[in-house]
Design a protein. Structure first.
Length: 494
């Protein structure tokens, strides 16, 4: 169905072109700026590639889709930075397009435009977007889920339910927080006039998602769950213990602060006197349809809060990404804001401010901030130089390619990413973190151990020397980047 148009305000026919232009602007700026002002891959990319290089069904960090995608980018495009950034922005542009299509079912072009641009106000679509992380990958899948779910409820087509299941299943491969949308499936059939068919569709979608995620579930059952639970347990406290109510309240507060730009954009539509033209709604859209949109915005957040309350686990990144895709739409159809020429101008100005401020902040942090700050900025770590130096020295002393590098996910990960030999990264010499590492094969081929002298001292760290007692320490690698000096310790285990 098509939403009604608000032809008296602005040129309605130009709204899709305007949205396309702004989406292209977002894509170009958030690809070009990080490419120009950073010199090293982001931390999440480095760590994910270290895992994705092994092509496992799951990792200590969670589902494998993002590590696979990043490893695929490296295989196809090498270690240049712009493909990483471009891939992330393509995910966000696809999210904008899908939210637009869903919003047009409920309101005219300006209302749909507002729903899309509100997504721009989420921190995870701006400052955090250069990293192709689970939150960014989840966003287009969550948007696709919502769009086709409403289509399935209205059109009663099985193909739509299959797409709902596929998007849910793929979303789970990217992030466990996608499971929060199961709560939407449990609610929306009650809004349908064809409740029986809707429940059957929910069953089909659930079956498709379950079949798709089954290999990862098998990995969890085969020991993967112990890895993930152990990792979470290292950083989280149960509710009622040290975390208390703060274990729930503080993460929620942090995420709300991260979406302040979103509320600034929304305020330009909601806070003024109602002079103008209300966003028109399609006569074909029922209250039940609007309830579906509200369920998409509210149910996932409620489900995650309940999950934390029951399990006592922290939110980590569960309230990122796709959870916020439909908040702008919920505001537009729930408050039914007024559209006037003056309001459109203020709306555009608020969006421009929200769009340009993170770009300015990101640029200053990685240029002026690099000169003024004494702390390490990982985006300017000399990862390629360190990797090349270590690899060349290993080849010179051993006479063979580098197969294994051992150390932290960051330092060893940089060698794994940038070394021409693309070695396997053995994170912290811990077999539980890296069950795919064959210790007998490693003993035969040897390995490079690597660590930060500043953090761990000049001697081989105990966690590494305990596994490799015969490793021979090599001269410290010293690298200068502008005013900062990096001292990298390394050793050979042969």
């Amino acid at each position: 169905m098509t939403g009604a148009t608000s032809s008296r305000v602005g040129t309605v026919d130009n709204v899709p072109r305007l949205l396309a232009g702004l989406s292209l602007l977002h894509l170009l700026i958030w690809t070009a700026v990080p490419t120009l002002v950073t010199t090293n891959a982001p931390f999440e990319v480095v760590r994910a590639v270290a895992y994705g290089h092994e092509w496992q069904m799951g990792y200590r960090t969670g589902p494998p889709l993002v590590p696979w995608l990043l490893e695929g980018i490296v295989e196809l495009a090498g270690t240049r930075l712009w493909p990483f950034f471009l891939s992330a922005q393509l995910c966000l542009v696809f999210t904008f397009v899908i939210v637009w299509k869903l919003a047009r079912r409920f309101c005219g072009p300006w209302g749909a435009f507002a729903a899309v641009l509100a997504v721009e106000g989420v921190y995870f679509a701006s400052n955090a977007s250069p990293e192709l992380n689970p939150s960014v990958v989840q966003m287009p899948l969550a948007a696709l889920f919502g769009w086709r779910l409403h289509g399935a409820l209205v059109g009663k087509r099985m193909i739509d339910w299959i797409i709902v299941g596929l998007s849910l299943g793929l979303g789970l491969w990217a992030s466990y927080s996608m499971a929060a949308y199961v709560a939407v499936l449990a609610v929306v059939p009650w809004f349908s006039r064809w409740r029986g068919l809707s429940w059957a569709g929910v069953g089909l979608a659930t079956a498709v998602a379950a079949a798709l995620i089954l290999p990862h579930v098998a990995w969890l059952a085969d020991g993967g769950l112990d890895q993930i639970v152990g990792r979470v347990g290292e950083h989280r406290h149960p509710i009622g213990g040290q975390a208390g109510v703060g274990g729930i309240a503080l993460p929620i507060l942090g995420r709300l602060l991260a979406t302040l730009p979103f509320w600034l954009i929304a305020a330009t539509l909601l806070a003024w006197h109602r002079h103008g033209i209300a966003i028109e709604r399609s006569s074909e859209v029922s209250d039940a349809d609007r309830n579906v949109a509200l369920a998409l915005a509210i149910c996932p957040v409620v489900a995650l809060v309940v999950f934390v309350g029951i399990t006592g686990r922290g939110f980590d990144r569960m309230l990122d990404g796709g959870i916020w895709c439909f908040m702008g739409l919920a505001i537009v159809i729930g408050w039914r804001p007024v559209i006037s020429a003056e309001r459109v101008r203020w709306f555009g100005l608020s969006w421009a401010f929200v769009f340009l401020l993170p770009v300015f902040s990101f640029t200053m942090t990685h240029t002026v901030g690099l000169l003024l700050s004494k702390r390490e900025l990982k985006a300017h770590f000399p990862g390629a130089l360190v990797a090349r130096t270590v690899t060349d020295e290993w080849r010179r002393l051993s006479g063979r390619p580098l197969r294994y590098v051992v150390g932290s996910g960051w330092l060893a990960g940089n060698v794994g990413l940038y070394s021409p030999d693309r070695p396997t990264v053995f994170v912290r010499a811990d077999p539980r973190r890296n069950p795919w590492v064959d210790l007998h094969d490693l003993a035969e081929d040897g390995a490079v151990l690597i660590w930060s002298v500043e953090k761990d001292g000049a001697d081989i760290p105990e966690e590494l020397s305990r596994v490799f007692p015969a490793a021979v320490r090599q001269p410290v690698i010293e690298v200068h980047v502008l005013s900062r000096r990096y001292e990298i310790g390394w050793a050979m285990a042969r």
